[in-house]
Every structure is written in structure tokens, then in C-alpha cells.
Ligand binder design. Structure first.
Ligand code: ZN
Length: 499
């Protein structure tokens, strides 16, 4: 029997403009969800038999946010990187998956997915660089399935640390046979969780020989990965262009998604446009950690950019914070440029709609799912959020301009309901319980139903265990680790400022 949810009397943000890049508020309208899809939008809809009714008077119904770059496993590391540059974060955060057990990955991932859902993210591109063993990856996928979020889980050949002192020593090679076997195994099982969790590939090993990289991309495409994502911060570690490398190797295509693309060249922009490849700007980490200027509003980049959170171990997980930060930072940059000419801005040429699209429809385009996600249209997936437009923070702004209300006045508190694939994951401001029912072979997680409080309890135990493991492994001295990381990666220490 068809399940129906009827949202009544809402302000619904529907697509408008030449390229459907803007949204327009339809006030006093209803929206019907039938099973996993949006089936009707009209001023009045007669409730089908058995429909769940949600009164949306005073509420905004928005497309769920699409976060196109996130390391979801890192929840237990939250708070460690508040004062870290990229160079410090890498050994002290990124490599610490070596001190995670597969169980720790499960709880970190589950809580990371729930934190994202709580803030209105319905789709996440998970750069899952914690593949210390097949069990680590399987547990990550199980957690994404259990959470109910829509995910492109990007399997990642990962640098694995076996000892930390006096130097960081890694074990095995990035593309050992078992790593490739695992990719094939996952490819034969994907997608997971009623199709919500798709398989992608994340890859950052551009120092490997061309043949190895081409062979990996070939295998990944053969098994049908949804996308291939990589970090790209030119000038952070070397001045090589990953775009040029991918293009030289014949690998640059519409399934390529590059995180940051900081300091990219004009040539890079042209190549990305030509090949329909994509960028994910992650404002909070990029501004803090020294990647360089945000490129999402750079000339030529707006139409090939989306937005992401990157490290919720470092910063907020909500896309509204990312939108707000990106918008106001770029405005400050443009205003400062005018001021340096001895003038004052007459008007602003960057609007709230310009950043709202990056977190919605552009995210869907970046993962090649714009036919299904990113906007509210009949026939698209019911990935929706209901926002309390009459909260103390949003009242009156909602009446004036609902997009301004979301981008500049909302907080996670206002995200009242979150629906993914027609299933309610948060209601009345509270996350629904999660149903843990492992489905992948060999996964050893108990079946159970868990409220957030239960997840939090497991997460705190896991964090304590990881902290202990970090100390026992001698991976707890941040400055020493940073120096060791420079040696491990053979970085030029003279390229880093001595503050
Ligand atoms: Zn990242």
C-alpha cells in the first residue's frame, strides 16, 4: 500500500529562473509525498486515505541540503582541531583512523550522519578515508544505512599508520591487492540500504605512477561508482594541478568532484567546464586552515561549484553555517577590493540565492543526481526539510524573503522536520530513533533500535577508547606529529611560515 504524507498550508520553495537556479516561495500550498517521491503540489490537496498530515502553517518547506564533501567518521575527534592549520590537522586528525576499531568507525559514522540530518542535510558525499581494514569500511557503510541519510559513500584507499614514534611509519601500500578486492566486492553489492547509499571512490594518491591511477579509475568506473572525488589544494603541498594531471591521464570527466580546488588555475577552470567536472567548496575548513580563497564565486566557477562541510571534527556540520560564512566572506572580499580603490560599495552583487543554490540544486548537479534531488518538483525524491519560519530567529524574515530567512536567520533549532526518501528522520525538532540491522556480510554490530541518547552513550565510550589508544600508540603529541608528518610526506618545511 502506498504511504502518504501531506504537508498542508506551507511556504514551499519551488525552482524558478532561466536555469531553475533560483527558488520562488509558493505560499499557502500543500505538498503530497507518496512513498519516496513528491507526487503533487497544489493550493489544496484532498488527503488520501491513511495519509499522515503535517500542518505547515508558518513553516518553510525547502529542498534538503546536499553536502558534497564530508569525512563522516571523525565525530569522536570533535574539538581537537579548533586551533589547527591544515598541516597540523592531517597527522593529528586525518591519520588518527589508525586508532579507531571497526566499532569506533560505526559509532563515529552513525553520529556524523545523524548530526548532518539534524541540521537539514539529506544527502552527503562521504570521503571515507578510514579504510584500515575491510571491516572499517563495512561498518561505515552500515552506519550510513542505519542513519537514513542519502549518501555517496566514497571508498578510499587509505594511508595506514603502524607506528608514530620517533617517526610516523605506514604499513602496506595504498593500492594493495586487498584494497582493490574490497572495491570490487563493494561494487558487486552496491547500492545499499534501499538504494539510498551509493558507492563512490575517493582518491588522493597522485604520487603513484600513472598506470596505477588509470587502472584504479578504470576499475572503479567499470563497477559503476557514482563519482570519484579527490582533495585539491594547489600550493599547499606542491604547485601541481590535479586537474591537469587528470586531464593528461584522460581521466577528467563528469563524474569527477574535486574538494576545495583552492588556488586553481584559469586553465583548470576551463578544463573543468569542458569536461563537466565539479568542485566542492568547504568554507569553514578552508578559511581556517589556510587553503586559500574560496573559489565557489570565482569567475567561471559558480556554475561548477557545490558546497560541503569537510571536517565536523573541526567545525559545524550544518550547511546553513557554510552558506552564511561563504556569502559574507565573499562580500567582505569584494567590498574590501572596492575600498582599496578609495570607493565605497553602491550595492551588493552577491545575493542569498547565489549561495542557497550551492547547497541545494548545485549539490545535486555535482553528484549527477539533479534529475532526482536538489529542488522541489513533482516526480523528484521526497528529500525535504520543514523549517519553523515563526521561530524567534526567523519571524518576519520568513514573510519578507524565505531564502534570506534560511541563509541569514535560521539555526539548527529551526529545522523542525527532515524527510529523506519519503521517510521522516527528524520530527518536531527531535531525531527519530534509528534501526540498526546490519546487512553486509561479516559485520558484527548488534541489531537494535536506538534513540539519540543511546547513540551518544556509545559514542562517548568509543571516544574514551580512542583517546586511550592514541596515548598508548604515542600519537598524542601534536607538534611532534606535525614535524613527523612533514618527514613522512617529504614536504618542504621551508614552505611553512614560522609563526
Ligand atoms: Zn576533506
Amino acid at each position: 500500500m502506498t504511504r502518504h504524507i501531506l504537508l498542508q498550508n506551507a511556504t514551499i520553495l519551488i525552482p524558478s529562473g532561466e536555469k531553475n537556479d533560483q527558488v520562488l516561495p509558493l505560499r499557502g500550498h500543500s505538498l503530497l509525498i507518496s512513498d519516496t517521491k513528491i507526487s503533487q503540489i497544489a493550493p489544496r490537496i484532498v488527503p488520501p486515505t491513511g495519509a499522515q498530515l503535517i500542518d505547515c502553517t508558518g513553516k518553510i518547506v525547502s529542498p534538503g541540503f546536499i553536502d558534497s564533501h564530508h569525512h563522516v567518521w571523525q565525530t569522536q575527534l570533535k574539538g581537537r582541531h579548533a586551533n589547527h592549520a591544515l598541516l597540523e590537522y592531517l597527522p593529528n586528525g586525518n591519520l588518527q583512523h589508525a586508532n579507531y576499531t571497526p566499532d569506533d568507525v560505526f559509532w563515529g559514522e552513525l553520529a556524523g550522519c545523524l548530526e548532518a540530518l539534524d541540521s537539514g542535510t539529506t544527502t552527503i558525499v562521504d570521503h571515507a578515508h578510514m579504510n584500515d581494514s575491510p571491516a572499517h569500511t563495512s561498518n561505515g557503510i552500515e552506519a550510513a544505512i542505519a542513519s537514513g541519510i542519502r549518501s555517496v559513500f566514497c571508498y578510499t584507499p587509505t594511508l595506514r599508520v603502524k607506528s608514530w614514534k620517533p617517526d610516523i611509519v605506514t604499513s602496506g601500500n595504498l593500492l594493495d591487492e586487498w584494497v582493490l578486492d574490497e572495491l570490487r566486492r563493494l561494487g558487486s553489492m552496491a547500492p545499499f540500504g534501499d538504494g539510498r547509499v551509493q558507492l563512490g571512490l575517493a582518491f588522493d594518491g597522485f604520487r603513484l605512477p600513472k598506470e596505477d591511477i588509470c587502472s584504479l579509475y578504470g576499475k572503479a568506473r567499470e563497477i559503476g561508482v557514482k563519482l570519484i572525488t579527490s582533495h585539491y589544494v594547489r600550493n599547499a603541498f606542491n604547485d601541481k594541478s590535479i586537474v591537469a594531471t587528470l586531464d593528461d591521464y584522460g581521466l577528467l570527466d563528469a563524474d569527477i568532484l574535486l574538494s576545495h580546488a583552492s588556488n586553481l588555475t584559469e586553465d583548470d577552470v576551463q578544463k573543468l567546464i569542458e569536461k563537466n567536472a565539479w568542485i566542492s567548496t568547504t568554507p569553514e575548513t578552508e578559511l581556517q586552515m589556510g587553503h586559500g580563497e574560496l573559489v565557489c564565486f570565482k569567475h567561471g566557477c559558480s556554475d561548477i561549484s557545490s558546497m560541503g562541510v569537510d571536517c565536523h571534527s573541526n567545525n559545524s556540520s550544518d550547511m546553513v553555517s557554510q552558506m552564511r560564512l561563504a556569502l559574507q566572506h565573499e562580500r567582505a572580499r569584494r567590498n574590501t577590493s572596492i575600498k582599496t580603490q578609495g570607493l565605497n560599495p553602491r550595492r551588493l552583487n552577491l545575493h542569498v540565492q547565489d549561495v542557497f543554490r550551492l547547497a541545494t540544486i548545485q549539490g545535486a548537479r555535482a553528484i549527477n543526481m539533479a534529475d532526482k534531488l536538489g529542488s522541489i518538483e513533482v516526480g523528484k525524491a521526497a528529500d525535504l526539510i520543514i523549517i519553523d519560519g515563526e521561530s524567534p530567529g526567523m519571524i518576519c524574515a520568513t514573510e519578507q524573503d524565505p531564502v534570506a530567512a534560511i541563509v541569514l536567520h535560521s539555526s539548527i533549532r529551526d529545522i523542525e522536520t527532515v524527510i529523506v526518501d519519503g521517510i521522516i528522520r527528524k520530527r518536531n525538532g527531535k531525531l527519530n530513533s534509528v534501526n540498526v540491522r546490519p546487512s553486509l556480510p561479516g559485520v558484527q554490530i548488534c541489531c537494535r533500535n536506538l534513540e539519540w541518547e543511546g547513540v551518544a552513550k556509545e559514542l562517548l565510550s568509543s571516544r574514551a577508547r580512542i583517546q586511550q589508544a592514541i596515548i598508548e600508540a604515542n600519537a598524542h603529541e601534536p607538534e611532534r606529529l606535525t614535524e613527523a608528518y612533514i618527514r613522512l610526506m617529504r614536504l618542504n618545511a621551508d614552505k611553512y611560515a614560522k609563526q
